[in-house]
Every structure is written in structure tokens, then in C-alpha cells.
Design a protein around this ligand. Structure first.
Ligand code: 13P
Ligand code: SF4
Length: 306
């Protein structure tokens, strides 16, 4: 029988033998964090994907993240550790709908959250992630910007870049959108000394009550550097556990018990083990045309966010 420890040891051994890089999104579980070469938010993962020297990259996260790696590193073998791990938001808009929107808003630049399919990126002008959206939008030449598909990240970005005319489209993360004003009020009443740190995928009524709004990595960095002793976390609840491991002298509480991304939770350490043994996961295959067109969108983001 395997234990977490023996599986981790076997994965680390295989990783060395096979010129393999394991990238993990921060919402992955602690046992996966411990065997990954890099753990971060979507922005950090896309930067790492562009730089990795290994021949094979295993992405522990959701499908659009593995597609992003393939687009940025087309010559590498890219494996998604669990074939069913998708992001519901990434599937919310079709290419057809985006083409219709373009007709309705002629002359607008189309900015897409990175949480979109590779195919959708082919018809957009630029990508953003939650940590670089404000920076990227601020530095775009265009005055009029159509922001898809997350109207909550879009609203947060628009509030930080008032000089741009940003049009939002209804869509977003069902997990983060589930955090309510009542959750914030109840948890603030229970822990009055705690700071509220939330992800910009939360609804504007929630971000407006927060002490800090940032991406997964930004929330973690803020909590680590802060002199406060307690924090209410408004993002996927795995971050509560990761912060408890990182900062033993501080206390972390989930703003909502329901902020759980079941797609991010699909990947287990055993899935990772099967992938490194060559009997699991799914290799990401994208046509050259999709890769090249989608890449323009990601390159534009990486350039403006430097
Ligand atoms: P990050 O940009 O913080 O990685 O967020 C990605 C995501 O899917 C959040 O739900
Ligand atoms: Fe998608 Fe939301 Fe899950 Fe992130 S937390 S992967 S945006 S469903």
C-alpha cells in the first residue's frame, strides 16, 4: 500500500529521471505543492511555462492552464494531470458569441481573462490574469475595451483604471461569486480583528468591503508580509490551509465554507503519480493555427505586464 510520503518520493524520483517539470496552481492540495517545481497563480504559471527548460510539463490545475502552457511552449509535451479538470468560466462564451459582440462594439479592443479556451483566445486581442489585469488594461493603447468573460474581475479592473472605457459582459466564476456580503458581515462580526483578503473574481459588493483585493499569489504574499495576526480569506479555501502551513503564528479563516472549486480539487497525488508513470493525464494537442493565433493574445499580455 502507498502512503502520501512513498508516493511523493516515487514522483520526485521519476521527475528527475525523466526531464519533467511539474507546475501546480496554488489551489492544488498541499501534497501536490510539495512535489511541484513551481506553485503559483495563473500569471506566474504562464511566465514559468514560457521559461521551463524541461521537455515535458505536467500541469496540475485546470485545462485552460495546460493549454496556456502548450501555446507558450509548443515544442514541449504538455500533460494535464486530470482530463476532467476544467474551469466552468472558460466554457461560458463561444467563438460565435464573441464574433457577435465584436460586431456590436466596433473599434473596441477585446481583452479576455486567461480563464478562456485556446480557441476563444484566437479571436481576442489580449489576455489578462487576475494579477496583471489592472496593469495590462492601463497600458493598452485603446481607450474602449470589451472585457470578457468575468464581469467581476472586469468591474474590479474598471474601478482601478477609471481613465478607460471598459464594457463588461455577464459571466464569471461561480465559486467566487458565491461569497456574499452576509458572509463578510458574519465573519467580520466573529473575528473583528481580522483583515479581509479577497480575489477580484468576487462580486463588487464583496470586493468593496475588503481590506485587500488580489490574485491567489498576491493574497498569500499580503498575508505573509502583514503585521496583522488574523485574516478572513475570500478565495478558494485551499489557500486557507496553505497559509496556515506558511505562517504558523497567524490565524486564517475561510470567508465562506462554500468557496470550493471542485475542478481544482479533482487532481490527486495518485493522478500525478500515474502521469509520471505514463499511465494517466491527457496530452494537450492544439492545431498550429490555434496555437499561433492564441499566442498573440498571451504575448501581448506578457509584453504589457513586464
Ligand atoms: P489566479 O489568477 O489568482 O491564479 O486565479 C485563477 C483562478 O482560476 C481563480 O479562480
Ligand atoms: Fe474556474 Fe473559479 Fe475554479 Fe478558478 S475557482 S478554476 S475561475 S471555477
Amino acid at each position: 500500500m502507498y502512503t502520501t510520503k512513498t508516493l511523493q518520493e516515487e514522483i520526485l524520483k521519476q521527475k528527475k529521471e525523466q526531464d519533467l517539470c511539474i507546475l501546480a496552481h496554488a489551489y492544488q492540495s498541499q501534497d501536490i505543492w510539495e512535489i511541484a517545481d513551481y506553485v503559483g497563480d495563473s500569471y506566474g504559471l504562464s511566465r514559468k511555462a514560457a521559461q521551463a527548460s524541461q521537455k515535458t510539463i505536467l500541469m496540475c490545475g485546470v485545462r485552460f492552464m495546460a493549454e496556456t502552457v502548450k501555446i507558450l511552449s509548443p515544442d514541449k509535451r504538455v500533460i494535464l494531470s486530470h482530463p476532467q479538470a476544467g474551469c466552468p468560466m472558460a466554457e461560458q462564451m463561444s467563438v460565435q458569441e464573441v464574433m457577435e459582440l465584436k460586431k456590436t462594439y466596433p473599434g473596441y479592443a477585446l481583452a479576455a481573462y486567461v480563464n478562456t479556451t485556446a480557441e476563444l483566445k484566437t479571436v481576442c486581442d489580449i489576455c489578462v490574469t487576475s494579477s496583471c489585469a489592472v496593469d495590462v488594461i492601463r497600458h493598452m493603447e485603446n481607450q474602449n475595451i470589451l472585457f470578457i468573460p468575468d464581469c467581476n474581475l472586469g468591474a474590479w479592473t474598471a474601478s482601478q483604471v477609471p481613465e478607460k472605457n471598459i464594457t463588461l459582459v455577464s459571466g464569471g466564476c461561480p465559486v467566487h461569486a458565491g461569497i456574499t456580503v452576509q458572509d463578510v458581515q458574519a465573519m467580520r462580526a466573529a473575528y473583528p480583528e481580522a483583515l479581509v483578503l479577497v480575489h477580484p473574481e468576487c462580486v463588487p459588493q464583496v470586493t468593496s468591503l475588503a481590506d485587500f483585493v488580489g490574485s491567489t499569489t498576491e493574497i498569500m504574499d499580503y498575508a505573509k508580509q502583514s503585521s496583522a495576526a488574523a485574516f478572513l480569506i475570500g478565495t478558494e479555501n485551499s489557500i486557507v490551509q496553505h497559509l496556515q502551513f506558511a505562517c504558523q503564528d497567524k490565524r486564517f479563516y475561510a470567508l465562506s465554507k462554500n468557496c470550493v472549486c471542485h475542478d481544482m480539487k479533482l487532481t490527486t497525488l495518485m493522478d500525478v503519480y500515474r502521469c509520471v508513470c505514463g499511465s494517466g493525464g491527457e496530452e494537450i494537442v492544439l492545431s498550429k493555427e490555434v496555437r499561433q493565433k492564441a499566442r498573440q493574445c498571451l504575448d501581448a499580455m506578457l509584453e504589457l505586464s513586464q
